[in-house]
Design a protein around this ligand. Structure first.
Ligand SMILES: NC(=O)c1ccc[n+]([C@@H]2O[C@H](COP(=O)([O-])OP(=O)(O)OC[C@H]3O[C@@H](n4cnc5c(N)ncnc54)[C@H](O)[C@@H]3O)[C@@H](O)[C@H]2O)c1
Length: 309
């Protein structure tokens, strides 16, 4: 079966592509390589890679022709980047997603799996965060991801296309680079490997729900393969850990007794975040792995190899 992965050369997209490849799908990757890397796809022989932009409807439409599923991950990413360029953020995340929806509708795509984000929630009012939690995003990025979700669900209601929106919490794992929008795990790993101190904002007792990218890839596959599934689902590990515990675990894995420097809290940072994943579990069997230590170990090995190449 032929499928299209937009943003397939990126961190998460390349992991989704790899899983689909191993399952025998015929995959077309559609990516403008603005933040994606061809190296992420090197081991996958026979993959069809199209260099294109989701804002270019004509090119996108010819790429989608003949595909049964579309996994839509291409995006302008991150709260900080969206504050610097909110117009481009919406052009890619909202209008680009509308192009994906329109081209899919015209070409009778059976299912779209859209990568959304926990950034759509803004400041949490309660934990764990379920799908019904109020949605008041605090950045243009969060707004654009929410607007795209709304377009997805509107297309689902008015046209005969199954559409699943997966709201990821804090994703980490192989193919995630240091330049990835200030994500804490690549930053800590890089600093530790360079024998540098780690900087923690606030007292380090803030919590996050870190979910491994292999679980994200599985969620995409399961959501696509579950017949007649549509809707919006939170995708995290369902557990949260403090930034202090994360730092200590990583110090332990890398075997470095780095100094931790505490800095005042950053404006706009939420204190706690934990996903309620029961809807995804009950609807399509999502069951994330429980081995943070092994997943971090795998990631650190990959990062070291990456530098040695
Ligand atoms: N990384 C996270 O923690 C996280 C959390 C929540 C949601 N998400 C969502 O997951 C998806 C993938 O994110 P990622 O972390 O892998 O980021 P990434 O930057 O590694 O991947 C994005 C990919 O999209 C491509 N791209 C960007 N703009 C494009 C355009 N206009 N046309 C075609 N391709 C384009 C990039 O080149 C890149 O390969 C995004 O939709 C993002 O909003 C990520």
């Amino acid at each position: 079966m032929r499928v299209l992965v937009t943003g397939g050369a990126g961190f998460i997209g390349s992991n989704v592509t790899k899983l689909l490849y191993n399952k025998g799908y015929e995959i077309y990757v559609y990516d403008n390589f603005s933040t994606g890397y061809i190296n992420n796809l090197n081991s996958l022989n026979g993959l069809k890679i199209i260099k294109g932009d989701i804002r270019d409807k004509e090119s996108l439409e010819s790429a989608i022709k003949g595909c049964e599923f579309v996994f839509h991950l291409a995006a302008h990413i991150g709260n900080v980047k969206s504050l610097e360029n909110p117009v481009e953020d919406s052009e890619i995340n909202v209008l680009g997603t509308l192009n994906v929806l329109e081209c899919s509708r015209i070409n009778k795509v059976k299912k779209i799996v859209y990568s959304s984000s926990a950034a759509i929630f803004g400041e949490p009012h309660y934990q764990p965060i379920d799908e019904k939690h109020p949605q008041n995003p605090d950045s243009p990025y969060g707004v654009s991801k929410l607007a795209a979700e709304k377009h997805c669900m509107c297309y689902n209601r008015i046209y005969d296309i199954d559409i699943v929106c997966l709201r990821y919490f804090n994703v980490y794992g192989v193919n995630q680079r240091y330049d990835a929008y200030g994500n804490v795990i690549p930053i800590f790993a890089t600093l530790l490997l360079q024998d540098k101190p780690i900087k923690i904002y606030d007292d380090g007792e803030q919590t996050r729900d870190f979910v491994n990218v292999k679980d994200i890839a599985k969620a995409n596959l399961m959501a696509a393969e579950k017949q007649e599934l549509s809707g919006v689902f939170n995708i995290g590990s369902g557990k949260s850990i403090t930034i202090n515990s994360l730092a200590n675990m990583m110090k332990n894995i890398i075997n470095k007794d780095a100094e931790i420097i505490y800095s005042p809290p950053r404006k706009g940072e939420i204190r706690h975040s934990k996903a309620d994943i029961s809807l995804a579990r009950d609807s399509f069997g999502f069951n994330p792995s429980d081995n943070v230590y092994e997943n971090l170990l795998e990631y650190i090995h990959w990062l070291k190899e990456c530098w040695e190449r």
